[in-house]
Design a protein around this ligand. Structure first.
Ligand code: GLY
Length: 317
């Protein structure tokens, strides 16, 4: 099999402008550090799927992002997390919905890849964590707890929580951001894989299901792979990840597929972003939100989308 340079793109959410300049510096540091580590693993010959799981674990460990440790709290003050994983070479999806008290929700999705029942929720997810003998883990950070307490004092006026954790001095604009993390990899053997992990919108009602563990939010085949972030309901309404992948599979260039998809999304008033890779090695992104927190590794250089103009924009490297 011919070997080629791997490609990696990751995201840490989408939303309104970052507000604080210092936030940009720490986010860039975190995203660039993680994309380099994932690239190194891919360069050493790991499969796209293993690289995706590794990248998602790193992002779930960072309290800056709304996934794993640092996830937002739901309206009842609990954290429930979801993750989706798709191996493009096998065109196989697995996912976990509304799991609590685990460190890496992506590990449960990865465990389910070869299983006959590949998407589990709530009680089934808790049962699986026990079966996997995962140590109980409390993903609630002080900042996220304070965010929820402020909302409680304000009688839950905000529709959702902030996607990027703020600081005590600079709490997030609670209406401004919604998030998720995502990792997309093309490995040296030309295989694609994608993973997405989230704490949800935050402050949502009990039982709400995020897009991340559906093929609207996470999708891949042999031609393209896409991870989405933003308002889950908007992502599901557009069936965003599958829509882009199917367009590329049917012969559209990645540039044309993104332009058409994000044109339609803008007309429909959607609020989200997506990152993508094609089997040809095109690294791509699109957004209708003000910012998309994405970083990528081309094999030669690391880049990011942190300071793109607000509004709808797509790009292919
Ligand atoms: N995209 C994350 C969520 O809406 O749950």
């Amino acid at each position: 099999m011919t070997q080629a340079l791997p490609k990696v793109i990751i995201h840490g959410g989408a939303g309104s402008s970052l507000g604080h300049k210092e936030r940009l510096v720490t986010l860039r540091e975190d995203l660039h550090g993680i994309v380099k580590q994932v690239y190194q693993k891919a360069e050493a010959g790991a499969s796209a799927r293993d690289c995706v799981v590794f990248g998602c674990q790193l992002m779930e460990d960072s309290p800056q992002f709304n996934a794993g440790y640092g996830s937002v709290l739901q309206s009842d003050g609990q954290v429930r997390m979801s993750a989706g994983l798709m191996d493009g070479s096998a065109q196989r999806f697995s996912g976990i919905i509304n799991v609590s008290r685990v460190r890496h929700p992506i590990d449960l999705a990865a465990y389910l890849q070869p299983a006959p029942d590949r998407v589990l929720s709530d009680v089934g997810a808790a049962e699986l964590a026990r079966e996997m003998a995962l140590a109980p883990f409390d993903p609630i950070t002080d900042l996220r707890l304070q965010e929820w307490m402020r909302e409680r004092a304000n009688n839950f006026q905000s529709p959702m929580a902030g996607v990027v954790a703020g600081t005590v001095d600079a709490p997030e604009d609670l209406e401004a951001r919604r998030g998720t993390i995502g990792v997309v990899v093309l490995d040296m053997d030309g295989r694609l894989a994608v993973g997405t992990s989230t704490g949800g919108k935050g402050l949502e009602r009990l039982g709400r299901v995020s897009d991340s563990a559906t093929s609207a939010g996470t999708y891949a085949n042999g031609f393209a792979a896409v991870s989405c972030t933003g308002i889950g309901e908007d992502i599901v309404d557009e069936c965003l990840a599958s829509r882009i992948v199917v367009r590329v599979t049917d012969g559209m260039t990645m540039t044309a597929a993104l332009a058409k998809t994000f044109g339609e999304a803008t007309a429909n008033g959607r609020d989200f972003g997506a990152i993508a890779l094609s089997h040809r090695g095109e690294i791509a992104w699109g957004k209708t939100s003000d910012v998309l927190l994405a970083a990528y590794h081309t094999g030669d250089a690391v880049g990011d989308t942190l300071e793109l103009n607000s509004g709808t924009l797509t790009g292919v490297v």
